[in-house]
Design a protein around this ligand. Sequence first.
Ligand code: FES
Length: 613
Amino acid sequence: MISKTKENKTPIAYPTILLFISICIGYGVLYNNYVYNTKNVILTLCIGTFLAYSIFTIIHEASHGNIARGNKNFFWIEEVIGWIASAALFFPYKAFVVIHLQHHAHTNDSEQDPDGYVRGNNALEVFFRCLTLVGHYYVSSIGKANKKNVAMFKTRGSTFLFILFNIIIISLIIYFEQWNSFLIVFLLPAIIAAPILGFTFDWLPHYPHNNMDKYHNTRIVSVPGLEFLSFFQSYHLIHHLYPRVPFYNYKKRYRKIKDELILHKSPVEGFKKGEKKLFSKKNTYSDIIDGTTWNYSLEVEKVESLTHNAISIQFKNLEDVSFKYKAGQYVVISMLVNEEKVSRCYSICSNPNKGNLKVGIKRVKGGKLSNTIIDDLKKGTHVNVSGPFGEFQFKKNAIIENHVFIAGGSGITPILAIVEKILEDKINNVVLMYGCKSSKDVMFHERLKELEKQYSNQFRLLITYDILTKEYQEKMLDGLTDKSGFYLCGPKLMMEASKQALRFLEVDEKHIVIEDFATESEELKGKEFIINYRDENFKVFQSETILEGAIRNKIAIPYACNKGQCGTCKLTLEEGEIYWKEETQNVLLENEKEAGYILSCMCKPTSDLKIKE
Ligand code: FES
């Protein structure tokens, strides 16, 4: 049983306020010195740029609420400081806050991370994008495209007022003939500092911009002196893991969780023994090399048509590092469909011995994601892919001599990967019974025929243009049940027929492996509880999971596997109590459980709940 209460209030961040006051004094001294003493343009520009660069830390802290630290009495101070600091860099403060928090929520997501703006295909493009970053904040806030981004849309008013404020200030400066000092002390330093900040705080820490795993989506650079020069942003990974920790405590927190970071092979880079090479792409790929779960924005390398309504998608490997997975497993693909993030499971059809990750996708009537992928996905597009998941895998068993696969429709996809692996490794004999509506619906037809030819002594292929009925399966499988292992994947009707046929043929259940994406809903019974999610209330029965209740009420909670394996449906329980449907909590990390995260596909309510993303 998990319950969660609100965190305690904390005192105001004095070191940040002290830094802010010091920077303001610095600006005052610099202005006075330039106007009344030196007139040294270069020196003034250099110091002004350093002050502008430094004041970004204040804006950043304010955007995370790390100045007031949850203390309501100090909110106004935080707001005032945030606005003043932003004005020095000409940032529209409210828009920056939304952009920055969305960056944290979707770090390295090719579609949803707003800081992805600084990515470019070459150095020149990166430079241009860093140079125009502030303009991007204004466009994001008041441009046409922000209508569906509700939080961003709400910043429009404050951004327009800020523009008006700047126009008035600049007019007054021109009127009082102060434009030269304004240019040298404030405007030019801000123009120079903004791209430096864009490059050092947005581009560099997240390079190569494709790992979305929280232990690998950014890095720690432990070069001596850099922590002071970067105001501790060299511990960027600590900031992403703990955004509510103030900047002056990053190092302390890093020391506390160092072992955890080593365990996760997080990128800690520097010159000391045991540290990784600075800014190497492969530092963020360690999870792949280990074959644990990964979460990437991947580039589509090839799209191939399999039938009139099915395609395969091959993803580009990361710098020659192959993805590790087991034949039969699946990945979760997520994309924005009409501005809504949709995630679904797709089986891997490629042989894990061969390296390139490839999935098979069939059009589904009314399917939100599969149809978008089939209609719109092109070579070069980036999509979010996490995995590998699933227990539908080849089971080694000394007694088994034949492996019998029963597939229907797109159920051939994971089966193809297992069949190829068994044949290539010359493990056992393979029989594949594959039912399709018609000859034009056979997925991977060419590949299956090739395998039949290449492994003619080991592989028997039976393709039927009909549903695989119980009677047909009993007939075809009779005589094949001795020393055989069975693998089933296909539509519900076929799976039911297969189970009945195998029961009739007295096949031991422990020799049957089933891939079943469709989970049965239980009968709706028991008390009804009110669930509050995104300021909306809906009712969920005690007998159903939060996700089942949400789908029934047409509430969009992101999900994919519906089996507690992928973590897509992860939500934070703010109030109330739940119980876990099965013992599947291991998909959540210890610190996530402590932070109150739950899986909506695995949890049922035992009281009214308040949940959030
Ligand atoms: S949808 Fe995959 S864990 Fe819930």
